[in-house]
Design a protein around this ligand. Structure first.
Ligand SMILES: Cc1ncc(COP(=O)(O)O)c(C=O)c1O
Length: 374
């Protein structure tokens, strides 16, 4: 006679059982057969529509005969190259299969039950999920009526003495950022044990904002502990390869985080692809310029249609809606026509719709759809 199989809920911590599911930008499982036949437009995951440098494909090809070998778990080659580029000691760098994996390892290793994390509302929702799983809670500071974030309100939240400040800059989904004086003020309010997790997944795109600050320098000057998370998924167009890196304030911090992470977490092919992508800065610049030009064009179009949007330093623009339902209705309408965007909860009961900047022809299709649906 077999025993009744145990309820899996009893095997996990309560915080984990009740976690919400992360909603991705492209929901392939929701596609109807009819939709699958249309040309799909992926404007929901902030991918780079131009793809990676051609050198990436050569590097992948060359690494094919090594798939039976374990990769270099130290990531030394790419660490040295990146350290040189960033002009920092490469011992301060950590790598993992995407920056979300570093964030996950960070939260697991640093947060204790009852700890508090400050973040923005809306921001990258995964921090809420990871923090909840660790038994910590997130204090969310919402944006203002004019769609900006108020540094004083962040200072107030940070000043209460929190374990971690998760600052996504440019912020996903709004693209917002704090200027140098604002950021200096926020950092100055924190006590010396507050860890700043600076999520810079979109930092390469911020080059088109003259007042975008050097956040790492500000944290360095203040002597504040931090880790800046970066990814090769967005500007370098390697989302499918899965590699991200963290720049930590000291080598010892990086060392502890490495010990708290899995060992062989990046494949050899991915490492070679990432090195090739980093080596082709001309390709990166071309992509960034094309995306920036299109972002300005879309912003002008939105302004002429009285669409309210956030000031974005990312490769996306976020539209504000009075209700979540309105944002989700437009998202669903677009999806019905093969265009994926990402609707999510905004401040309170409000909603937002985040649209990735695509190629010009894709953006035309998106703009035409939006005009029809509003
Ligand atoms: C703000 C932010 N951080 C991190 C990530 C995760 O990036 P990765 O692909 O490196 O895990 C994303 C992906 O959308 C993001 O928007």
């Amino acid at each position: 006679m077999t025993r009744d199989v145990i309820d899996p809920k009893l095997l996990f911590r309560d915080e984990v059982v009740n976690l919400p599911v992360y909603k991705t930008g492209t929901k392939f499982h929701e596609l109807t057969e009819e939709q699958s036949k249309q040309e799909m437009l992926r404007l929901g995951s902030n991918e780079n529509p131009y793809g990676p440098s051609p050198r990436v494909f050569e590097a992948i090809q060359e690494s094919l005969n090594e798939v039976h070998l374990y990769p270099d778990s130290t990531c030394n080659d790419i660490a040295e190259k990146l350290g040189e580029k960033l002009e920092i000691d490469h011992g301060r760098l950590v790598f993992n299969s995407g920056s979300e994996a570093i964030l996950h390892a960070m939260v697991n290793a640093c947060l204790r039950p009852g700890d508090k994390v400050v973040s923005l509302v809306p921001s990258f929702p995964i921090i809420n999920i990871f923090a909840l799983a660790a038994g910590a809670s997130v204090i969310g500071v919402p944006h203002e009526d004019d769609l900006s974030f108020c540094a004083d309100k962040i200072c107030q939240a940070v000043g209460g003495g929190v374990r971690m400040v998760y600052l996504c800059m440019p912020n996903n989904p709004t693209g917002s950022y704090f200027t140098e004086p604002d950021l200096e003020r926020i950092v100055a309010t924190a006590n010396s044990e507050t860890l700043f997790v600076l999520d810079e997944a979109y930092v390469e795109f911020a080059g088109d904002k003259p007042d975008y600050p050097d956040a790492i320098k500000i944290l360095e000057v203040a002597g504040q502990p931090y880790i800046a998370l970066r990814t090769m998924s967005k500007a370098y167009a390697l989302a499918g390869m899965r590699i991200g890196y963290g720049i930590s304030y000291c080598e010892e911090f990086a060392g502890i985080l490495k010990r708290a992470s899995t060992v062989f977490n990046i494949g050899g092919m991915t490492l070679k692809a990432a090195e090739a992508a980093l080596a082709d800065q001309a390709h990166l610049t071309q992509c960034l310029n094309a995306i920036s030009t299109e972002k300005s064009r879309i912003e002008k179009e939105f302004a002429s249609q009285d669409i309210r949007f956030f000031n974005s330093a990312g490769n996306f623009i976020c539209i504000w809606f009075p209700t979540l339902e309105q944002a989700l209705t437009i998202e669903a309408g677009m999806q019905k026509n093969g265009i994926f965007t990402k609707g999510q909860k905004g401040r309170g009961t409000e909603g937002v719709l985040r649209i990735t900047i695509g190629k010009p022809v894709d953006n035309d299709r998106m703009l035409a759809q939006l005009r029809q649906l509003r």
